[in-house]
Design a protein around this ligand. Structure first.
Ligand code: ADP
Ligand code: MG
Length: 609
């Protein structure tokens, strides 16, 4: 047996650091929380290269006494709690005394700090947990923390970092949340030399929302304000018509701390029942204030998970606060011929599903679907029973080889008929202004016209070397939310390859000079917003940026369900779908067509056994 040793301090620190410091955004979260705890009124965060090489957080808070500076970098060193009883009612964001130690153990840290009113400040440097410099200095009141070369001594962790852009965006999200939870603090975020977020610190939540989430979003809001049995619920929630496709715009703050709370989200969603569309999620920014002793924030090192001593009371308080806000303030939706003002975000789950179906072309098995998507002729069909003859050898075959003439057995006469798929597609009709119904050989096909068209356009975009571009006679300026704006500017090259010509016009606005020819020029603003959203989708899905843009363009350009489409056009679409094995799923992974076989119909009607 190997001998058991106590780990040297540097190793145990590195292990512990892993829990707190995962990426630049987690360092910034801790540093900003320290500044908030220090009662700062101005906090400036600056990063370069996604924060991996350089991060700086400057505040005008209380500062640290010279003698305490080295101590602050020790593990379990904190000024925020002293006794076990303090743990029961934590009023500060920090309390574990881990962040500075963890950060210093995996990077090169420099601190300038001067307590308010003190004559001198302190300059301190620590690298990989080792003190390098400790001297008196002249500096501003408050604290500046500089972090360089994160994970320089832990290459394994370095490998887990994403592209600079993604890390930088994760930092932006941290600052956004801090700014929303503390409207009384003026935040400034500088990324690679550019100011990309700034809040006024005027104490009004609405102005913080305006700066962080944009003008249009802030106009969609209803104020929530209630105080019941010691639970204060304040903030804003969206009018039901502005409910979104995902929960990306839900922010819950508990006593000034961003938390993830299923109880609160569920209560809020419940309050929208019967007013918002099914499958849509409300957007909200809610600040809950509860007595510190009724909540446990010490559940996880990142401190975003919380436990309430009485979940039901929280649920009820949030539910009734939101419900009555909606009842009092919701107005009838105004019909607006302009573009919709709130873009839908696809949830990470939806996007994952899309990417999986598109990238990996999964092989469905019979139990996954009672329907029979076109390629699955050999499995269970439609809602009928299993066909009498199973052909297991075909099960792993790729989609229906439609280009090859198919053999169909006429069950009545038992004669085999050959036909070419292109020529024999007969148009039967269209159901619900959505599904094309056609007959070919011994089968009927139901085809989703939007999904089919979208897929065909997507394939065209992917195959074409040079995408057809339509220059706009008058360039269009589009104002975007901060992160959409950055996503568009950072991906200008990719957008260009997909047929868009965009240019940074400064302060949240881009100029669009050209768009892909297949789009309508009225759609510019919404397509740019949607393109930005698709570029921003979080999660670990591996879809190239250009494919995301193609998704957006083809979805936008495709004919829509519920629009009237000429029968010839529908027939043409059906022919394309049935003759091309690449048109199985729309780019979002939904099936394009289902097949009903004559044989199965006949069995169902008792014509054959
Ligand atoms: P915690 O925040 O859990 O106490 P940290 O490791 O984050 O632990 O910080 C250790 C201590 O350093 C804090 O308790 C606080 O006293 C001091 N400190 C850290 N950052 C600041 C700051 N920006 N301004 C004033 N004091 C700070
Ligand atoms: Mg802290």
């Amino acid at each position: 047996m190997p001998r058991i040793n106590l780990l040297p301090q540097n190793i145990s620190e590195l292990i512990a650091a892993g829990e707190v410091v995962e990426r630049p955004a987690s360092v910034i979260k801790e540093a900003v929380e320290n500044s908030i705890d220090a009662n700062a009124l101005h906090i400036t965060v600056e990063i370069n290269r996604g924060g991996i090489t350089y991060m700086r957080v400057t505040d005008d808070g209380c500062g640290i006494e010279s003698a305490d500076v080295p101590t602050a970098f020790l593990r379990h060193a904190t000024s925020k709690i002293q006794s076990v009883s303090d743990l029961e009612s934590i009023a500060t964001l920090g309390f574990r005394g881990e962040a500075l130690a963890a950060t210093a153990s995996v990077s090169k840290v420099e601190m300038f700090t001067r307590p308010q009113g003190a004559e001198y400040g302190t300059h301190y440097e620590i690298e990989g947990g080792k003190e390098i410099l400790f001297e008196e200095t002249g500096c501003q009141e408050g604290t500046t923390l500089i972090i360089r070369d994160l994970f320089y001594n832990t290459p394994a962790r370095m490998k887990f970092l994403k592209k600079d852009v993604s890390e930088g965006t994760a930092v932006l999200y941290v600052i956004e949340r801090a700014a929303l939870s503390h409207p009384e603090i003026a935040f400034k975020f500088i990324r690679d030399g550019k100011v990309c977020l700034q809040t006024s610190g005027d104490g009004e939540l609405k102005s913080a929302i305006y700066s962080v989430l944009g003008r249009e979003f802030s106009q969609s809001l209803i104020e929530v304000c209630s105080n019941q049995s010691g639970i204060k619920v304040e903030g804003f929630t969206c009018k039901p018509v502005f409910a979104r496709a995902s929960k990306a715009m839900q922010f819950v703050f508990l006593n000034g701390r961003l938390v993830i709370s299923k109880t609160v989200s569920a209560a809020c969603e419940q309050a929208y029942k019967n007013s918002a569309m099914v499958g849509k999620f409300p957007a909200f920014v809610l600040n809950l204030s509860v007595p510190y002793s009724t909540v446990d924030v010490n559940v996880h090192p990142a401190k975003t998970e919380v436990r309430f001593s009485d979940e039901k009371r929280i649920f009820d308080a949030v539910y009734s606060a939101v419900k009555s806000a909606i009842a009092q303030n919701d107005t009838r939706p105004v019909i607006n011929t302009a573009k919709p003002s709130v873009s839908n975000r696809m949830s990470v789950a939806e996007y994952k599903q899309a990417s999986v179906s598109f990238e990996e072309k999964p092989t469905f098995t019979a139990k996954q679907s009672t329907f029979n998507p076109v390629r699955l002729r050999e499995n269970d069909s439609f809602v009928f029973q299993k066909p009498a003859v199973a052909e297991p050898s075909v099960k792993t075959e790729p989609p229906i080889p439609a280009k090859v003439a198919e053999k169909t057995v006429n069950t009545q006469t038992n004669e085999t008929k050959e036909y070419s798929p292109e020529s024999e597609v007969r148009f039967i009709g269209e159901a619900f202004l959505t599904y094309i119904i056609v007959e070919r050989g011994e089968s009927i096909f139901l085809i989703d016209k939007h999904a089919a068209h979208e897929r065909i356009l997507f394939n065209t975009l992917k195959e074409s070397q040079n995408i057809e571009v339509q220059p706009l006679l008058t360039p269009v300026t589009v104002r975007l939310e901060a992160k959409q704006y950055m996503a568009i500017n950072e991906n200008a090259e990719i957008l260009k390859k997909s047929g868009f010509e965009t240019e940074d016009f400064g302060s949240g606005t881009v100029i669009v000079r050209a768009i892909p020819a297949m789009l309508k020029s009225e759609d510019v603003a919404s397509v740019i917003e949607e393109a930005a959203e698709s570029l921003l989708l979080r999660g670990s899905v591996q879809i190239s940026e250009i494919d995301r843009i193609f998704h957006t363009v083809s979805c936008k350009a495709a004919i829509k369900a519920h629009n009237i489409t000429a029968p010839e056009e529908l027939l043409n679409l059906a022919k394309k779908v049935l003759s091309d094995r690449d048109i199985m799923y729309c780019p979002h992974g939904r099936p394009v067509a289902y097949e009903i076989r004559k044989k199965d119909l006949e069995k169902q009607f008792g014509r054959i056994q």
